[in-house]
Design a protein around this ligand. Structure first.
Ligand SMILES: [Zn+2]
Length: 479
């Protein structure tokens, strides 16, 4: 509420030093600041998140029940059962599974990269992980000389030099980019398409430098894909230190020969489940805001930041509202997607199952960038909707989470973009995420209780205000 509209008695109260000012709209807020009336509610949500939040506890449960939960695995089924039971126990409404068909890749028991040459290094192991979706090697592996490509575009330039060789795609993430996600985006093409490009020039296998700014011995897995009509060659990630070691040997004129062995394989597709629970709207229950993350995670580490934490923040956002007896005008629907890491069956399946109500989906919010210190949100919202979201962001400045920038939302909610559903992505601080992403190191001990809880409060605040505003957030144009 702007100062000028306060009743006289309130202005008198403001003048007394002993009286604490109300937690209302900041002075100077424009009259048309639509979120301003929610200032006190946002304060309560943030207070509750910090004092009584349960996202951290929920995440501990999830990673204990299902530390490894790649789509199609027994761990994925255990995670789905946990999420269903948890949302029921918390009193969510319309809690259910929605089945989707998911890919089923398994890492197998064998995965190693060893030097064959130079002779003095023969037998030394390099830290590696098979990339998800990779074909296996023959039983005794692939042994070949290494040639280096500085990124995806450089593979074709190798031409005949790559025939019969192992191509190492070695373009680092750009360390000068403050937004580590942008650096990842600039480098990850060599992981997703490196094998197909290397196969086109006759390579027998490929390796990729791990997607990380750190110089360490931790390999990072991730999805790769093959192209129709192109030979499928085995493809693995090696640590940044290992990539640097090979590159410096080659640069000094040494011939490097490696042996790569893997018995990973793709099994027939199977059933997965999106897990859904709701806080049904009190006035316009047919209008829906989706909040979610992906329940699947790579089969290394615990998927604590990617994306168990995001799933638990989504659950916690609704639990916080319920704990404060807040029921917004519109429905908030938690969707924990079944398959993001090695496919997008969760997000695609959700959209297909809900096509008839896509025009009543107001917004979709995903938390899938880690659960580090909250900074704010990114969105593809049209200018009118952006202004409304910016009004909410101003209320989040107390949490240092007032940032609102143009951007996408998240992979799982992406399929709804074409229907005009405004996409919102939760933005925590990005600097540490790629130290852990898709590695053995993405474990519960890397999560800060304060950070995940404050993030859940920030997410709950944005969702609640948008779900409760008298005016529905303007949709984006359908594509
Ligand atoms: Zn993720």
């Amino acid at each position: 509420m702007p100062l000028a509209r306060l009743p006289v008695v309130a202005l008198l109260l403001l003048a007394t030093a002993s009286w604490a000012p109300p937690r209302a709209a900041p002075a100077g807020a424009p009259d048309d600041d639509p979120a301003a009336p929610y200032a006190e509610t946002v304060e309560r949500l943030l207070d509750a998140a910090l004092a009584e939040g349960r996202a951290y506890e929920l995440l501990h449960e999830l990673v204990t029940v299902a530390p490894r939960r790649l789509a199609g695995s027994p761990g994925a089924a255990a995670a789905e059962a946990w999420a269903l039971e948890t949302m029921r126990a918390l009193g969510f409404e319309n809690v259910r599974f929605e089945e989707v068909t998911v890919p089923h890749w398994v890492r197998g028991d064998v995965g190693e990269v060893r030097f064959a040459e130079p002779a003095e290094l023969a037998g030394d192991h390099l830290p590696m992980l098979a990339l998800g979706g990779s074909v296996p090697t023959p039983e005794h592996g692939v042994t070949a000389e290494v040639v280096i490509a500085d990124g995806l575009d450089a593979v074709a330039e190798l031409g005949e030099a790559a025939r019969g060789k192992i191509v190492l795609l070695n373009r680092p993430m750009d360390p000068t980019l403050v937004d580590a996600f942008a650096a990842y985006g600039g480098a990850v093409g060599q992981r997703s398409r490196g094998a197909q490009e290397a196969a086109k020039v006759g390579a027998v296998a490929a390796l990729v430098r791990s997607m990380s700014n750190r110089h360490d011995d931790v390999p990072h897995t991730g999805a790769t894909r093959y192209a129709d009509g192109v030979t499928k060659i085995p493809f693995a990630a090696i640590s940044t230190n290992a990539a640097d070691r090979i590159a410096s040997l080659v640069a000094s004129g040494r011939r490097v020969v490696l042996n790569l062995r893997m018995d990973c394989r793709t099994l027939p597709e199977t059933e997965g489940r999106n897990v859904i629970g709701e806080l049904v709207g009190r006035e316009r229950p047919e209008e829906v805001l989706v909040v979610g993350g992906h329940l699947d995670a790579w089969d290394v580490g615990q998927g604590a930041h990617d994306d168990g934490g995001g799933c638990c923040q989504a659950i916690e956002a609704v639990r916080l509202m319920r704990s404060l007896d807040l029921r917004p005008r519109r429905t908030i629907r938690v969707v924990l997607f079944a398959n993001e890491e090695n496919g997008l069956a969760g997000g695609r399946g959700y959209r297909e199952a809900h096509l008839d109500e896509m025009d009543r989906h107001v917004l979709a919010l995903e938390s899938d960038s880690g659960v580090f210190t909250p900074r704010g949100f990114e969105t593809d919202a049209n200018p009118e909707a952006f202004a409304v979201l910016a009004s909410v962001s101003r209320l989040l400045e107390r949490a240092n989470a007032g940032k609102l920038v143009p951007g996408g939302g998240g992979a799982d909610i992406g399929p709804m973009r074409r229907d005009g559903v405004v996409q919102v992505g939760y933005l925590p601080d990005p600097q540490r995420y790629f130290d852990l992403h898709h590695t053995h190191e993405d474990t519960f001990d890397k999560v800060s209780e304060r950070e995940i809880e404050l993030g859940a409060g920030v997410i709950a605040s944005l969702l609640y205000v948008i779900a409760d505003l008298p005016e529905t957030l303007p949709r984006n144009p359908s594509q």
